[in-house]
Design a protein around this ligand. Sequence first.
Ligand SMILES: Cc1ncc(COP(=O)(O)O)c(C=O)c1O
Length: 394
Amino acid sequence: MPKPSANLSKLPPYLFAELDRKINEAKAKGVDIINLGIGDPDLPTPPAVVEALRKEVLDPATHNYSPYSGTKEYRAVCAQWMKTRFGVTADPDTEVLGLIGSKEGIAHIILAYAQPGDVVICPSPAYPVYNNYTVLCGAEPYTLPLKPEKDFLPDLKSIPADIAKRAKLLFLNYPNNPTGAIANEKFIKEALDFCRQHDILLCHDNAYSEMTFDGYRAPSFLSAPGAKDVCIEFFSLSKMYNMTGWRVGFAVGNKDALKALGLVKSNTDSGAFKAIQRAAATALAQSDHLTAQVNPVYQKRRDIVVAGLQRMGWNFAPGVATFYLWVPVPKGTNSSAFCTLLLDKCGIVTAPGLGYGPAGEGFFRIALTVPEERLKEALSRMEKNGVTARAKAA
Ligand SMILES: Cc1ncc(COP(=O)(O)O)c(C=O)c1O
């Protein structure tokens, strides 16, 4: 057998592997595991969307190959949603591209731009695909730390001039996974100016734009004047409407960047199943109505867990977006040790911060993806077993 590509062996170690092994071991012993580790909604896709798919799948016109860039109808609905939701005008033919989930688009934009010698600026902690796909392309990720004292917004001025010169792409993601942080207008302008100055494409991952609480509405980076000159944005229906398994999203923004992404896609895949695109259009058309049903559920879960953490000594304030809580691990321990302790003593799975890059150390991520009763049960197990802010590593 030939050896897989050398780039494959350069991928960082999979930090959840040891945890996965322990989870399986615990499950085999019959432990009642509470899994707060994965960002996969437990709530079902809204019935109206499921019904749309049921109807559309019966239409044979949906059964053949779909255009690689998404159907004209789907792109028109995406453009209309951008207009209604953010006031952003996008030409559905040149400034919108259908995606088979936003992960696919994020990976392929890296393939479209980054080759050996190029740099991709990747925040840390972050969704691992930005860094890892850069490595797969043989390009060089530059790690841009997100620090709690800066509200998890990066310091763009800290990027060395030679890195900025070689950089092709800058990834940002607000509302942020894993920290739950949000971006303000000043920072968005700063990021766009930085990219304009250094001829970098700003890739804004807006997968959590609709998962917000306490009246907060997340912005599109494309609302800023001139943003389309240097920016594309990725949207995902996965988290917005509990549709992770459906694999549907879209990219919008700079037409040259979308053309390059489209070229990669036309050589890689075909568009998402047409029936799914039609059902996704149904979801986007009633977006506010659908999110108004889901977000209060996550908001209530957030309040329960934050109150519980505070009771256990954590000095932790609730954020206004995403279903993640990014919580500091107790002093004297590290993220892997603390997540192992939570699993061993309480049967609770959480994600160690280090799994999201070097700057993720010192934190663990809780996903609010189980019902209230299970969250209460998790908190009570922690209190009962003394796995609190004052806990020591085993
Ligand atoms: C920040 C971020 N971006 C993108 C994605 C990918 O979403 P999808 O491919 O389901 O659209 C995820 C999924 O967890 C995510 O957390």
